[in-house]
Structure formats: C-alpha cells, structure tokens
Design a protein around this ligand. Structure first.
Ligand SMILES: [Zn+2]
Length: 265
C-alpha cells in the first residue's frame, strides 16, 4: 500500500514537471530554430498593453513579432527634440515599422537611419509650440533624407484608438515602404508583383474618384496624391480590416496581396 501511494505521488508530480520542462525546452527551441531575438519583459509589457495587432497574434507569431521589433530597434537610431525618448516611444515606433511588413521577416528599411521624436505636433519650422502645428509625422527629404519625424502625441493616439482607421506612424512607414523602389508614388514595387501594377493604379484612381465624389468613407487626405492614397488606405487596412473588406472589397484584396496579410482572418 505504502509503495502504491509513493507511486501515485510520483506520477502526480511527474506530469506537471514534464509539461513545464517541455515548455521550457520547446520555447528555447523556437528561439534557436528560427534564430529569434529575445525581447526584454519591459518591452513585451508595452506591446501587451498598447498594440492590439500584437495582442491578438498566436503565441508563436508573438515571438516572431517581438524578434522583428528587437532587430529594428538594434539598428535604428532614435533622437528626441526637446524631449527624452522613452521605451514606449521606441516600442510603438518599432511596432509601426513591423506591422506592415510582418509577413516579410527579412525586410529592412534601407531608406531609414534615424527616427526623430517630437513631444507634440510641429509646424513648418519644426516648432512644437505656437500656431499652425499641422505636422503629426513626416518622411524626410533633402537635408532630412533618411529620417522619419513623428509627434509623440500622434504616435500614442494612433495606438489608443483603432476604431478611427488612423495611425500616423504606420502611415509614415508605408511611405518608406513605397520609397524603397526610389519613388514615393503609391506604387510599392518592392512588394507588388509587376503584373498587378496596372490593375493597382486602376483601383487607386477609381477609389480616389469615389472620395472626391463624396461616395467613400476613406479620409479625404487620400485625394492629395497616389502616395497619400496608399498610406491612408493602409492605415484603414491595418486598423479596420473588417470594414475595409466590407466597404472596399477590391481594395482589401490588393492590400492583402501586397502585404501578404489577412487581418480579418
Ligand atoms: Zn503621408
């Protein structure tokens, strides 16, 4: 009887120990097998509390996302203007960079070398106080080549509310993706198969016409030019995919092909 009890206790202990052991070994295995970079807990906490896109990923995809964020942060320089860059700034910018290219693990933003954080929206003179502070973010040209400027207010607002289909920082990274082929023209040749270039231009023109005619819920800023149409539509795709699919099915299909993502699934 004594021996039987000992055996039962042993088995009761063995099961959880085996499960925990499997999780530890398997977890390490994933990092090794996929050559993943490990994310520190303080950054993971920020992703878990602020990035809806990350929160709904499977556990395996969460590890992949974290690794991509770490790779981005390891190579990108951050500078604060009249402010100190925080860990939340870094993580939210990196999440904005990774969300559009999550299906392209080898992707690198070759046209970016520095992210500049402003404490708030800024004006043409890059001032964060006073009137006419219409700029929430921008991709630099000329003397600002290789730089992405972002207002912290806009960065945080983009992740606070997913229902508005607006996310300034994702918008700016879409311009950088567009720029990879040398032109910011709304045609992301780096991701779009050649055979879809003409159909994509056709869809863009059709959707821009609908916005101008007041028959679309896509933000009117998208009518400024094809590049802005692409960035604004992408914000919609990553923030309200269900609605985009319902109201603009052709556009949704193209976005799905370009980014190789199916966010409504
Ligand atoms: Zn823009």
């Amino acid at each position: 009887m004594e021996t039987l009890n000992t055996l039962v206790y042993f088995l009761i202990l063995l099961v959880p120990v085996t499960i925990v052991g499997f999780i530890v070994v398997y977890g390490k295995g994933i990092y090794r097998q996929l050559n993943l970079k490990k994310m520190p807990d303080n950054r993971r906490i920020i992703l878990n509390s602020d990035v809806k896109y990350y929160i709904i990923l499977t556990e395996k995809n969460k590890r992949l996302f974290e690794s991509s964020v770490e790779r981005f942060l390891a190579t990108c320089k951050f500078t604060g203007v009249d402010t100190t860059v925080t860990e939340k700034d870094r993580v939210l910018v990196a999440a904005s960079a990774i969300i559009p290219v999550f299906s392209y693990p080898e992707w690198e933003y070759s046209v970016l070398n520095e992210v500049i954080i402003y404490p708030d929206n800024f004006n043409e003179e890059f001032e964060t106080t006073g009137p006419d502070r219409f700029f929430r973010g921008l991709v630099g040209f000329g003397f600002l080549e290789g730089k992405l400027l972002i207002s912290r207010t806009a960065l945080y607002e983009g992740f606070d509310d997913f229902s508005d289909a607006r996310n300034t920082c994702i918008h700016e990274f879409i311009h950088l993706i567009d720029k990879e082929d040398g032109e910011v023209d709304g045609i992301p040749k780096a991701l779009l198969d050649k055979k879809f270039l003409i159909p994509w231009m056709f869809i863009m023109n059709k959707e821009i016409r609908k916005i101008k005619d007041g028959k679309s819920d896509i933000h009117p800023y998208a009518t400024k030019n094809a590049a802005e149409f692409f960035s604004v539509s992408c914000e919609y795709f990553f923030e309200r995919p269900d609605e985009l699919k319902l109201k603009h099915p052709e556009l949704y299909r193209f976005m799905k092909n370009i980014f190789e993502q199916h966010p409504t699934a």
